[in-house]
Design a protein around this ligand. Structure first.
Ligand SMILES: Nc1nc2c(ncn2[C@@H]2O[C@H](COP(=O)(O)OP(=O)(O)OP(=O)(O)O)[C@@H](O)[C@H]2O)c(=O)[nH]1
Length: 296
């Protein structure tokens, strides 16, 4: 069973990347998602219309506290489905080295082949996030351990920024194949497989705060958009990422807030509202109140 790890900071494009890979139908594929917050937004978006075997791990971090859950989930997928390939999407706050270390003891027994570690960088948010110093070591680990780095969202930045991003990446990883992408669309190169490498593993402060809600009801899309704009402007404190699925009078929408970009996508259907806000020291009560006011 080949293992492909798709890593990247919050909102870089991991879910988008996996949806693209599944569209290509490269044989029977399993997907293992570990999301920040326990409400399964990524799983719902990935699963939409695709016949994949999907396992969600609970909130927490598979590179640290959930290592046993990760091993159990991989063993279960192997025994139950034995797909050709298993794609693992760690949360945007996990590091690939922890996952590799966790899989090491079962690698031989289960015949796991680490096919590639793909790191996704948000070309727009990368330099400001790095300069903020708030997330430094996540990036270091994710970049240093990637075989392929997708510099994604190149549509949002000028060529000079792209060059600066690439130079910065090279400070952490001299050998990875770097590809520039929009919506993570790329022809991935074949790579030599990993074998007994010593992985760099740094330890981080995972103390990010999150608010996950699954309220009932139907919402005004414009009001949700205003809440996201206010979140981006810091009106509720530090919110780095928000995403969700919500119902309106016109049906279900998926929304994303990443680094000043607010996106809405109309969905074919849905099974209830899901909101998640991720940040540090933010005013959850006010966010919750604003959401309640946005109901029809
Ligand atoms: N403009 C632009 N937007 C993109 C691109 N790739 C992805 N996005 C958008 O960025 C947002 C976040 O993408 P996701 O794929 O959900 O990111 P993620 O890494 O899975 O996010 P987390 O699970 O929160 O860590 C979505 O609204 C995407 O549509 C791109 O190349 N250009």
């Amino acid at each position: 069973m080949k293992i492909r790890i798709v890593s990247g900071f919050l909102g870089a494009g991991k879910t988008t990347c996996i949806c693209n890979m599944l569209e290509r139908r490269e044989g029977l594929t399993g997907v293992l998602v570990n999301e920040f917050g326990d409400i399964g937004i990524d799983a719902e978006l990935i699963q939409r219309g695709e016949a994949v075997d999907m396992v969600e791990l609970p909130s927490g971090c598979i590179c640290c506290t959930l290592r046993n859950d990760l091993v159990q989930a991989v063993e279960e997928i192997k025994a139950r489905v034995n797909p050709e390939r298993l794609i693992i999407e760690p949360s945007g706050l996990a590091v690939p080295s922890g996952i590799l270390e966790a899989l090491e003891p079962i690698k031989e027994k289960l015949g796991l082949e680490i096919e590639a570690i793909i790191g996704i960088v948000d070309a727009d948010g990368f330099l400001p996030n790095l300069e903020s110093g708030l997330f430094g070591d996540f990036y270091t680990d994710q970049l240093a351990n990637s075989d392929i780095i997708l510099v994604n969202k190149v549509d949002l930045v000028p060529p000079e920024t792209l060059q600066q991003v690439e130079e910065k990446i090279r400070e952490y990883n001299q050998s990875a194949v770097i590809l520039h992408t929009v919506n993570c669309r790329a022809e991935l190169p074949e790579l030599a497989t990993h074998d007994g490498i010593d992985y760099l593993h740094l330890h981080f402060d995972h103390e990010f705060d999150s608010l996950a809600l699954t309220p009932e009801g139907s919402y005004r899309r414009d009001d949700i958009e205003q809440i996201l704009r206010d979140a981006d402007e810091g009106k509720f404190g530090h919110i780095y990422r928000a995403k969700g699925i919500f119902e309106t009078a016109e049906g279900y929408y998926n929304f994303d807030l990443v680094h000043g970009q607010v996106n809405f996508k109309k969905l074919k259907g849905g099974s209830g509202n899901k909101f998640i806000f991720i940040g540090k020291d933010f005013d959850k009560k006010t966010v919750e109140e604003r959401l309640a006011q946005a109901k029809i």
